[in-house]
Design a protein around this ligand. Structure first.
Ligand code: ADP
Length: 193
């Protein structure tokens, strides 16, 4: 059986977004990236975008209430209801994880697996600085990168314990193709866990 509902955990720069996109395509499920949704909202100047902007530009987390409302709505759209999803960037705090635990049974959904991509801090800083040069994201300056890594350690790393039972940890400091291959094995048609 394919795994159709997955959560991706990992620090900024671990490659979550890249892998989540490839895997979502392979499993034919929507890729739900809260960072992408917020960046789009910010660009379009929607009420959510206006609320999120200052937090994102500092590398801080946007308040839980904003994210919870956004994800609750997104998971109940038709594509997510019928096909499944890969959640990339949510949950990022314990409060968000607890919210999701409560929400899923209420909307008749269940997460199949949580994937944790790990990469050492020195490697992350290098990758993010490179991405900053390529993409020019406003939250990819050196000072903001440092803050995002601190915020990750404080707020998001505790989720590894929270999801311990249903967690697969992969070393993200290897070639993209190797990681993708492993992810396909773990989640694809013949996966057993
Ligand atoms: P990263 O490269 O750090 O993984 P993302 O693209 O996932 O970045 O997210 C960019 C920014 O969007 C975060 O630094 C944060 O401000 C905001 N954000 C995204 N998801 C969440 C969330 N679940 N809770 C709070 N803020 C979030």
């Amino acid at each position: 059986m394919n795994k159709k509902r997955l959560i991706f955990l990992g620090p900024p720069g671990a490659g979550k977004g890249t892998q989540a996109k490839i895997l979502a395509n392979y499993l034919e499920v929507p890729h739900i990236s809260t960072g992408e949704i917020l960046r789009k909202a910010k660009q379009e100047g929607t009420p959510v975008g206006l609320k999120a902007k200052a937090y994102m530009d500092r590398g801080d987390l946007v308040p839980d209430s904003v994210l919870q409302e956004l994800v609750q709505e997104r998971l109940q759209q038709d594509d997510a209801k019928t096909q499944g999803w890969i959640l990339d960037g949510f949950p990022r705090t314990l409060a968000q994880a607890e919210f999701l635990e409560n929400l899923l049974p209420q909307i008749n959904q269940k997460c199949d697996l949580t994937i944790n991509l790990t990469v050492a801090d020195e490697v992350l800083v290098g990758r993010l600085a490179k991405r900053a040069a390529l993409e020019g994201r406003s939250d990819d300056t050196e000072e903001v990168i440092r803050n995002r890594l601190i915020v990750y350690q404080q707020e998001t790393a505790p989720l590894i314990d929270f999801y311990q039972k249903h967690l697969v940890t992969l070393d993200g400091d290897r070639s993209l193709d190797i990681i993708t291959g492993e992810l396909k094995n773990i989640t694809g048609e013949n996966s057993s866990n």
